[in-house]
Design a protein around this ligand. Structure first.
Ligand SMILES: NC(=O)c1ccc[n+]([C@@H]2O[C@H](COP(=O)([O-])OP(=O)(O)OC[C@H]3O[C@@H](n4cnc5c(N)ncnc54)[C@H](OP(=O)(O)O)[C@@H]3O)[C@@H](O)[C@H]2O)c1
Length: 312
Protein backbone atom coordinates (compact mmCIF):
# COMPACT_ATOMS: atom_id res chain seq x y z
CA UNK A 1 0.00 0.00 0.00
CA UNK A 2 1.22 3.52 -0.80
CA UNK A 3 2.09 5.47 2.35
CA UNK A 4 1.59 9.17 3.08
CA UNK A 5 3.29 10.57 6.17
CA UNK A 6 1.62 13.61 7.78
CA UNK A 7 4.20 15.80 9.50
CA UNK A 8 1.71 18.00 11.34
CA UNK A 9 0.35 18.06 14.89
CA UNK A 10 -2.01 15.10 15.53
CA UNK A 11 -5.08 17.39 15.87
CA UNK A 12 -4.49 18.62 12.32
CA UNK A 13 -3.78 15.10 11.02
CA UNK A 14 -7.12 13.95 12.46
CA UNK A 15 -8.91 16.37 10.10
CA UNK A 16 -7.32 14.53 7.19
CA UNK A 17 -8.21 10.98 8.07
CA UNK A 18 -11.84 10.98 6.93
CA UNK A 19 -11.44 12.92 3.64
CA UNK A 20 -8.38 10.87 2.66
CA UNK A 21 -10.07 7.58 3.59
CA UNK A 22 -13.09 8.56 1.51
CA UNK A 23 -11.24 9.87 -1.52
CA UNK A 24 -8.14 7.64 -1.53
CA UNK A 25 -8.72 4.37 0.36
CA UNK A 26 -5.61 3.02 -1.38
CA UNK A 27 -3.44 5.50 0.53
CA UNK A 28 -2.26 4.71 4.08
CA UNK A 29 -2.02 7.85 6.25
CA UNK A 30 0.69 7.70 8.91
CA UNK A 31 0.96 10.48 11.47
CA UNK A 32 4.41 11.51 12.62
CA UNK A 33 4.66 11.42 16.43
CA UNK A 34 1.62 9.19 16.72
CA UNK A 35 2.03 6.09 14.48
CA UNK A 36 4.93 3.64 14.36
CA UNK A 37 6.68 3.48 10.97
CA UNK A 38 10.01 2.74 9.36
CA UNK A 39 11.34 5.87 7.54
CA UNK A 40 12.29 3.85 4.44
CA UNK A 41 8.65 2.78 3.93
CA UNK A 42 7.35 6.32 3.38
CA UNK A 43 6.38 7.05 -0.24
CA UNK A 44 4.96 10.58 0.10
CA UNK A 45 4.79 13.18 2.86
CA UNK A 46 2.84 16.30 3.68
CA UNK A 47 3.53 19.08 6.17
CA UNK A 48 3.50 22.80 6.82
CA UNK A 49 6.21 23.98 9.22
CA UNK A 50 8.28 20.82 9.54
CA UNK A 51 11.01 20.45 12.16
CA UNK A 52 14.40 21.32 10.57
CA UNK A 53 16.24 18.29 9.26
CA UNK A 54 13.17 16.09 9.31
CA UNK A 55 12.64 15.34 5.62
CA UNK A 56 16.21 14.19 5.01
CA UNK A 57 15.37 11.21 7.24
CA UNK A 58 12.99 9.73 4.62
CA UNK A 59 15.27 7.96 2.11
CA UNK A 60 12.56 6.84 -0.34
CA UNK A 61 10.11 9.73 -0.27
CA UNK A 62 9.03 10.54 -3.84
CA UNK A 63 7.40 13.94 -3.28
CA UNK A 64 6.58 16.26 -0.40
CA UNK A 65 3.38 18.32 -0.29
CA UNK A 66 3.02 21.65 1.49
CA UNK A 67 -0.30 22.26 3.20
CA UNK A 68 0.13 25.96 2.56
CA UNK A 69 0.63 28.13 -0.51
CA UNK A 70 3.91 29.35 0.96
CA UNK A 71 6.87 26.98 1.30
CA UNK A 72 9.27 29.21 3.24
CA UNK A 73 8.86 26.89 6.26
CA UNK A 74 10.37 24.04 4.20
CA UNK A 75 13.11 26.04 2.52
CA UNK A 76 14.27 27.57 5.78
CA UNK A 77 15.66 24.09 6.49
CA UNK A 78 19.21 23.99 5.02
CA UNK A 79 19.00 20.19 5.05
CA UNK A 80 15.76 19.95 3.07
CA UNK A 81 16.41 17.28 0.39
CA UNK A 82 16.31 19.45 -2.74
CA UNK A 83 16.35 16.46 -5.08
CA UNK A 84 12.82 15.59 -3.84
CA UNK A 85 9.96 17.43 -5.62
CA UNK A 86 8.21 19.89 -3.30
CA UNK A 87 4.60 20.68 -4.26
CA UNK A 88 2.86 23.76 -2.90
CA UNK A 89 -0.86 23.98 -2.24
CA UNK A 90 -2.64 25.90 -4.96
CA UNK A 91 -6.38 25.98 -4.86
CA UNK A 92 -9.14 28.30 -5.95
CA UNK A 93 -10.78 28.31 -2.50
CA UNK A 94 -7.49 29.37 -0.85
CA UNK A 95 -6.98 32.18 -3.40
CA UNK A 96 -10.60 33.25 -2.93
CA UNK A 97 -10.31 33.45 0.88
CA UNK A 98 -7.09 35.46 0.59
CA UNK A 99 -8.80 37.73 -1.92
CA UNK A 100 -11.70 38.26 0.49
CA UNK A 101 -9.19 39.31 3.16
CA UNK A 102 -7.48 41.75 0.79
CA UNK A 103 -10.80 43.21 -0.37
CA UNK A 104 -12.23 43.39 3.17
CA UNK A 105 -9.30 45.32 4.59
CA UNK A 106 -8.99 47.55 1.54
CA UNK A 107 -12.65 48.49 1.96
CA UNK A 108 -12.35 48.84 5.75
CA UNK A 109 -9.67 51.47 5.20
CA UNK A 110 -11.24 53.03 2.11
CA UNK A 111 -14.64 53.42 3.83
CA UNK A 112 -13.03 54.73 7.07
CA UNK A 113 -14.72 51.92 9.00
CA UNK A 114 -12.38 52.09 12.01
CA UNK A 115 -13.19 55.79 12.51
CA UNK A 116 -16.90 55.01 12.27
CA UNK A 117 -16.47 52.20 14.85
CA UNK A 118 -14.79 54.66 17.22
CA UNK A 119 -17.54 57.23 16.65
CA UNK A 120 -20.19 54.61 17.42
CA UNK A 121 -18.49 53.80 20.74
CA UNK A 122 -18.82 57.49 21.63
CA UNK A 123 -22.42 57.62 20.34
CA UNK A 124 -21.28 60.27 17.86
CA UNK A 125 -23.22 60.78 14.62
CA UNK A 126 -20.17 61.73 12.52
CA UNK A 127 -20.71 62.05 8.79
CA UNK A 128 -17.37 63.71 8.07
CA UNK A 129 -15.30 60.61 7.26
CA UNK A 130 -15.91 60.52 3.52
CA UNK A 131 -13.94 58.02 1.46
CA UNK A 132 -11.82 59.31 -1.39
CA UNK A 133 -13.26 58.55 -4.86
CA UNK A 134 -12.80 54.85 -5.55
CA UNK A 135 -11.51 55.40 -9.11
CA UNK A 136 -8.85 57.70 -7.67
CA UNK A 137 -7.76 55.27 -4.97
CA UNK A 138 -4.70 53.44 -6.19
CA UNK A 139 -4.27 49.91 -4.85
CA UNK A 140 -0.96 48.15 -5.50
CA UNK A 141 -0.53 44.41 -5.11
CA UNK A 142 2.95 43.06 -4.39
CA UNK A 143 2.98 39.63 -6.08
CA UNK A 144 0.82 38.76 -9.07
CA UNK A 145 0.71 35.00 -8.56
CA UNK A 146 -2.28 32.75 -7.93
CA UNK A 147 -3.52 34.89 -5.05
CA UNK A 148 -2.30 38.35 -6.05
CA UNK A 149 -3.83 38.12 -9.52
CA UNK A 150 -7.25 37.16 -8.16
CA UNK A 151 -7.10 39.94 -5.55
CA UNK A 152 -6.06 42.49 -8.21
CA UNK A 153 -8.90 41.41 -10.50
CA UNK A 154 -11.56 41.64 -7.78
CA UNK A 155 -10.32 45.06 -6.63
CA UNK A 156 -10.31 46.22 -10.27
CA UNK A 157 -13.92 45.02 -10.56
CA UNK A 158 -14.76 47.24 -7.56
CA UNK A 159 -13.41 50.18 -9.62
CA UNK A 160 -10.19 50.80 -7.70
CA UNK A 161 -7.19 51.89 -9.78
CA UNK A 162 -5.18 48.69 -9.44
CA UNK A 163 -1.56 47.93 -10.19
CA UNK A 164 0.63 44.93 -9.47
CA UNK A 165 4.29 44.05 -9.15
CA UNK A 166 5.93 40.72 -9.92
CA UNK A 167 9.36 39.30 -10.70
CA UNK A 168 8.56 38.63 -14.36
CA UNK A 169 6.24 40.76 -16.51
CA UNK A 170 2.54 39.93 -16.18
CA UNK A 171 -0.48 41.00 -18.17
CA UNK A 172 -3.78 41.35 -16.29
CA UNK A 173 -6.70 43.14 -17.95
CA UNK A 174 -7.34 46.55 -16.41
CA UNK A 175 -4.35 46.29 -14.07
CA UNK A 176 -1.16 48.30 -14.59
CA UNK A 177 1.77 45.95 -14.16
CA UNK A 178 5.34 46.54 -12.99
CA UNK A 179 8.16 43.99 -12.91
CA UNK A 180 11.52 43.54 -11.24
CA UNK A 181 13.44 45.58 -8.70
CA UNK A 182 14.11 48.38 -11.22
CA UNK A 183 10.36 49.10 -11.51
CA UNK A 184 9.62 48.83 -7.78
CA UNK A 185 10.10 52.57 -7.01
CA UNK A 186 7.67 53.62 -9.78
CA UNK A 187 5.18 51.05 -8.53
CA UNK A 188 5.42 52.15 -4.89
CA UNK A 189 5.14 55.86 -5.75
CA UNK A 190 1.56 55.32 -6.93
CA UNK A 191 0.14 53.02 -4.19
CA UNK A 192 -2.38 54.59 -1.81
CA UNK A 193 -3.00 51.11 -0.48
CA UNK A 194 -0.21 48.51 -0.68
CA UNK A 195 -1.11 44.82 -0.29
CA UNK A 196 1.70 42.28 0.17
CA UNK A 197 0.91 38.86 -1.34
CA UNK A 198 4.48 37.77 -2.09
CA UNK A 199 6.16 34.49 -1.17
CA UNK A 200 8.87 34.82 1.47
CA UNK A 201 12.22 34.28 -0.20
CA UNK A 202 15.71 35.73 0.30
CA UNK A 203 14.79 38.37 -2.31
CA UNK A 204 11.56 39.45 -0.60
CA UNK A 205 12.51 39.17 3.10
CA UNK A 206 12.02 42.54 4.83
CA UNK A 207 10.78 44.13 1.61
CA UNK A 208 8.32 46.16 3.72
CA UNK A 209 10.95 48.39 5.32
CA UNK A 210 11.57 52.08 5.94
CA UNK A 211 12.96 52.71 2.44
CA UNK A 212 9.87 51.09 0.90
CA UNK A 213 7.51 53.07 3.14
CA UNK A 214 9.29 56.33 2.30
CA UNK A 215 8.55 55.70 -1.39
CA UNK A 216 4.81 55.32 -0.78
CA UNK A 217 2.65 58.46 -1.07
CA UNK A 218 1.89 60.41 2.11
CA UNK A 219 -1.08 58.77 3.87
CA UNK A 220 -0.67 55.32 2.29
CA UNK A 221 -2.06 52.22 4.02
CA UNK A 222 -0.29 48.84 4.17
CA UNK A 223 -1.83 45.36 4.27
CA UNK A 224 0.43 42.35 4.86
CA UNK A 225 -1.26 38.98 4.42
CA UNK A 226 1.80 37.14 3.11
CA UNK A 227 4.45 36.36 5.73
CA UNK A 228 5.72 38.12 8.84
CA UNK A 229 9.27 37.98 7.45
CA UNK A 230 8.30 40.48 4.75
CA UNK A 231 7.86 43.26 7.28
CA UNK A 232 10.28 45.18 9.49
CA UNK A 233 7.73 45.77 12.25
CA UNK A 234 9.61 48.67 13.92
CA UNK A 235 9.90 50.48 10.57
CA UNK A 236 6.15 50.19 10.09
CA UNK A 237 5.35 51.60 13.53
CA UNK A 238 7.82 54.46 12.98
CA UNK A 239 6.33 55.29 9.55
CA UNK A 240 2.82 55.37 11.03
CA UNK A 241 3.83 57.34 14.12
CA UNK A 242 5.61 59.92 11.96
CA UNK A 243 2.33 60.48 10.12
CA UNK A 244 3.71 59.27 6.77
CA UNK A 245 1.56 56.12 6.71
CA UNK A 246 -2.13 56.14 7.67
CA UNK A 247 -2.06 52.67 9.22
CA UNK A 248 -1.85 48.97 8.49
CA UNK A 249 -3.60 45.64 8.66
CA UNK A 250 -1.37 42.68 9.52
CA UNK A 251 -2.26 38.99 9.43
CA UNK A 252 1.26 37.61 9.72
CA UNK A 253 4.16 38.37 12.06
CA UNK A 254 7.86 37.73 12.47
CA UNK A 255 7.01 35.77 15.66
CA UNK A 256 3.73 33.83 15.76
CA UNK A 257 1.71 33.82 17.92
CA UNK A 258 2.35 37.57 18.23
CA UNK A 259 3.87 38.07 21.72
CA UNK A 260 1.67 39.89 24.23
CA UNK A 261 4.48 42.47 24.60
CA UNK A 262 4.28 43.52 20.94
CA UNK A 263 3.22 47.17 20.46
CA UNK A 264 1.33 46.06 17.34
CA UNK A 265 -1.49 44.63 19.46
CA UNK A 266 -2.52 47.99 20.86
CA UNK A 267 -1.52 50.46 18.16
CA UNK A 268 -4.70 52.35 17.33
CA UNK A 269 -3.85 52.55 13.62
CA UNK A 270 -2.96 48.87 13.22
CA UNK A 271 -5.42 46.01 12.83
CA UNK A 272 -4.05 42.62 13.90
CA UNK A 273 -5.49 39.28 12.80
CA UNK A 274 -3.95 35.94 13.90
CA UNK A 275 -2.76 34.44 10.57
CA UNK A 276 -6.27 33.58 9.46
CA UNK A 277 -6.49 35.30 6.07
CA UNK A 278 -6.97 31.84 4.56
CA UNK A 279 -6.89 28.40 6.07
CA UNK A 280 -6.23 25.24 4.06
CA UNK A 281 -9.46 23.23 3.86
CA UNK A 282 -8.50 19.59 4.63
CA UNK A 283 -11.33 18.28 2.41
CA UNK A 284 -10.06 20.23 -0.59
CA UNK A 285 -6.38 19.63 0.14
CA UNK A 286 -6.83 15.88 0.80
CA UNK A 287 -8.48 15.44 -2.59
CA UNK A 288 -5.84 17.58 -4.32
CA UNK A 289 -2.91 15.69 -2.75
CA UNK A 290 -4.47 12.25 -3.32
CA UNK A 291 -5.13 13.14 -6.98
CA UNK A 292 -1.55 14.36 -7.41
CA UNK A 293 -0.16 11.16 -5.88
CA UNK A 294 -2.39 9.03 -8.12
CA UNK A 295 -1.15 10.91 -11.21
CA UNK A 296 2.46 10.72 -10.07
CA UNK A 297 2.17 6.96 -9.54
CA UNK A 298 0.99 6.67 -13.16
CA UNK A 299 4.16 8.49 -14.25
CA UNK A 300 2.49 11.84 -14.93
CA UNK A 301 4.28 15.07 -13.92
CA UNK A 302 3.47 16.82 -10.64
CA UNK A 303 1.90 20.30 -10.83
CA UNK A 304 2.69 23.39 -8.72
CA UNK A 305 6.28 22.34 -8.14
CA UNK A 306 8.47 24.71 -6.17
CA UNK A 307 11.35 26.22 -8.09
CA UNK A 308 14.21 25.84 -5.60
CA UNK A 309 16.32 28.41 -7.44
CA UNK A 310 13.74 31.16 -6.87
CA UNK A 311 12.45 29.83 -3.54
CA UNK A 312 8.73 29.70 -4.39
N1 LIG B 1 -1.91 34.70 5.54
C1 LIG B 1 -2.33 33.57 5.06
O1 LIG B 1 -3.20 32.93 5.65
C2 LIG B 1 -1.76 33.05 3.75
C3 LIG B 1 -2.46 32.06 3.06
C4 LIG B 1 -2.00 31.64 1.81
C5 LIG B 1 -0.86 32.23 1.26
N2 LIG B 1 -0.18 33.18 1.95
C6 LIG B 1 1.04 33.79 1.36
O2 LIG B 1 0.77 34.24 0.03
C7 LIG B 1 1.93 33.99 -0.75
C8 LIG B 1 1.60 34.06 -2.24
O3 LIG B 1 0.92 32.89 -2.66
P1 LIG B 1 0.64 32.60 -4.22
O4 LIG B 1 -0.01 31.26 -4.30
O5 LIG B 1 -0.03 33.76 -4.87
O6 LIG B 1 2.15 32.52 -4.76
P2 LIG B 1 2.64 32.43 -6.28
O7 LIG B 1 1.54 31.97 -7.17
O8 LIG B 1 3.92 31.68 -6.27
O9 LIG B 1 2.92 33.96 -6.68
C9 LIG B 1 3.99 34.67 -6.17
C10 LIG B 1 4.06 36.03 -6.86
O10 LIG B 1 5.11 36.78 -6.24
C11 LIG B 1 6.01 37.22 -7.26
N3 LIG B 1 7.38 37.28 -6.77
C12 LIG B 1 8.11 36.30 -6.17
N4 LIG B 1 9.36 36.73 -5.88
C13 LIG B 1 9.41 38.02 -6.33
C14 LIG B 1 10.42 39.00 -6.36
N5 LIG B 1 11.66 38.77 -5.86
N6 LIG B 1 10.13 40.20 -6.89
C15 LIG B 1 8.91 40.47 -7.39
N7 LIG B 1 7.90 39.57 -7.42
C16 LIG B 1 8.16 38.37 -6.88
C17 LIG B 1 5.90 36.19 -8.36
O11 LIG B 1 6.40 36.73 -9.57
P3 LIG B 1 6.32 35.91 -10.95
O12 LIG B 1 4.83 35.93 -11.32
O13 LIG B 1 7.14 36.68 -11.89
O14 LIG B 1 6.81 34.51 -10.66
C18 LIG B 1 4.40 35.92 -8.34
O15 LIG B 1 3.73 36.92 -9.08
C19 LIG B 1 2.41 32.63 -0.23
O16 LIG B 1 3.76 32.41 -0.53
C20 LIG B 1 2.18 32.77 1.26
O17 LIG B 1 3.33 33.31 1.87
C21 LIG B 1 -0.60 33.61 3.18
Amino acid sequence: MTTLLAVVPPFIARLWTAPLGEHAPWLKLIVEGQDEYAPDTIDYALGFRPPPGFFKTLPNVKAIFSLGAGVDGFLADPEFPRHVPLVRFVDHTMSREMTHYAVLHTLMHHRTQRLLDAAQKEKQWRQGFLPRRTEETRVGVLGLGEIGTMAAERLRDLDFAVSGWSRTRKSVRGVETFAGTEELPAFLAQCDILICLLPLTPATRHILNKETFAQLPQGAFVINAARGGHLVENDLVAAIDSGHLAGATLDVFETEPLPATSPLWTHRKITVTPHVAAMTDPRVAARSIADSIARHMKGEPLENLVDFAHGY
